[in-house]
Design a protein around this ligand. Structure first.
Ligand code: CP3
Length: 357
């Protein structure tokens, strides 16, 4: 394998010294880019992009080609590949988000769910990872990812996106044993899926717990964090002679950072509702922190974006091996002007050098 030309993302996740704060954006390959919309039209639809390794590689590279400041690539795929491989029948209704042909409602439904084999059932994802690694040729590290068991369970039980998670919450409280069986099967599936991605070439992995912050404090521990901890303890942590850092991102998990930092991961992703300087005081001795600009700041003018980047960097503060990876607090949205994303990325590198001196 080719040596990495830019490893500041991996170094920051391990709290090693860097020259400037590394940066990437959640959902950096996506609809805000005209070149992405053109590739999607050529492929036909979103899932055809994900299922064809050449297309997945093409759209993964688009933001890197446009923005030389990006310090990491992220596999182009979706968290819902696992439920699809469990036989749920994923499809996307235009403008409506993800849907499943089958929903999980009963204990019998859960007992019948298979645990997907990464090579046999999700081989297209493994092929996308190795294709992207080859194309990157050491330019920047490649991030693999998965959804958390709880977040995946919400889509499987609701049959798609939800505002209130009515069915999932009812199952959790009415039939906790059934919910635990579902989450346990998902934790096993996620562990082997992420290990498959690591063996195929992913150099760091992130677990997206997008809906963990919707649980009560007690339920979060029992139904989300416990399963992420289990996954982390089963992951391959070193490959190709390098550490493979693990990032846990619970959206709206700011109240629980101490317990999340105890789950065994190298870094925590932060949404924009917490102050990153305060988060560093609370857990910065244990983990690196990734985040946390409000993605809607990108609707403002470049000068305002630059000021907000400066504010976040100052809040985090300085130190050799300070362990900060800059990111948005959630995915970039389709309406963002690509020029504004460029201003954001440039500001991170230009304004952060002073904090690493
Ligand atoms: O960050 C990246 O660039 C990698 C790509 C990525 C996608 N989905 C591509 C995508 C990642 C990391 C995801 C994760 C994902 N998918 C999450 C967790 C992160 C988050 O954003 O909270 C969730 C909850 C999903 C499920 C999902 N996939 C939803 C709810 C939707 C529809 C919402 C929307 O933006 O339309 C998707 C579709 C999806 N996944 C798109 C992309 C680029 C848009 C599809 C399109 O082109 O129309």
């Amino acid at each position: 394998m080719t040596a990495l030309k830019n490893d500041r993302f991996l170094r920051a996740l391990l709290k090693q010294p860097v020259d400037v704060t590394p940066v990437w954006m959640m959902r950096q390959a996506g609809r805000y880019l005209p070149e992405y919309r053109a590739s999607r039209a050529k492929a036909g639809d979103f899932m055809s992009l994900c299922m064809n390794p050449q297309f997945a590689c093409e759209v993964t590279m688009q933001p890197l080609d446009r923005y030389p400041q990006l310090d990491a690539a992220i596999l182009f795929s979706d968290i819902l590949t696992i439920p699809d491989a469990m036989g749920q029948g994923l499809y996307f209704e235009t403008g409506e988000g993800p849907r499943f042909k089958k929903v999980v409602s009963t204990l019998a439904d859960i007992e019948a769910l298979p645990i997907p084999d990464p090579q046999k059932d999700l081989g297209y994802v493994m092929d996308a990872v190795s294709t992207i690694r080859r194309e990157l040729n050491g330019r920047v590290p490649l991030i693999g990812f998965s959804g958390s068991p709880w977040t995946l369970a919400t889509y499987m039980v609701e049959g798609g996106s939800s505002k209130d998670f009515r069915k999932t919450k009812a199952m959790l409280y009415d039939n906790p044993q059934a919910m635990h069986l579902l989450l346990d099967k998902l934790a096993q599936s996620v562990t082997s899926y992420l290990n498959g991605q690591i063996l195929a070439g992913a150099q760091a992995v992130q677990i997206f717990d997008t809906w963990g912050g919707n649980l009560s404090a007690a339920a979060y521990q029992e139904f989300s964090l416990a399963y992420m901890r289990k996954i982390v303890s089963g992951l391959i942590r070193e490959h190709e002679g390098r550490k493979v850092p693990v990032i846990l991102f619970t959206k709206n998990g700011g109240l629980w950072l101490e317990s999340i930092a105890d789950a065994g991961a190298d870094a925590l992703g932060l949404d924009w509702t917490c102050d990153i300087g305060n988060a560093r005081e609370r857990v910065g001795h244990k983990v690196a922190l990734q985040g946390n600009m409000d993605p809607t700041v990108l609707y403002a003018k470049p000068e305002a974006i630059r000021a907000e980047v400066g504010r976040i960097l100052a809040s985090y503060g300085s130190g050799s091996g300070s362990g900060h990876v800059f990111n948005l607090g959630h995915g970039i949205t389709p309406e963002v002007d690509p020029e504004h994303a460029g201003a954001f990325l440039r500001a991170v590198h230009e304004l952060s050098a002073q904090y690493h001196a």
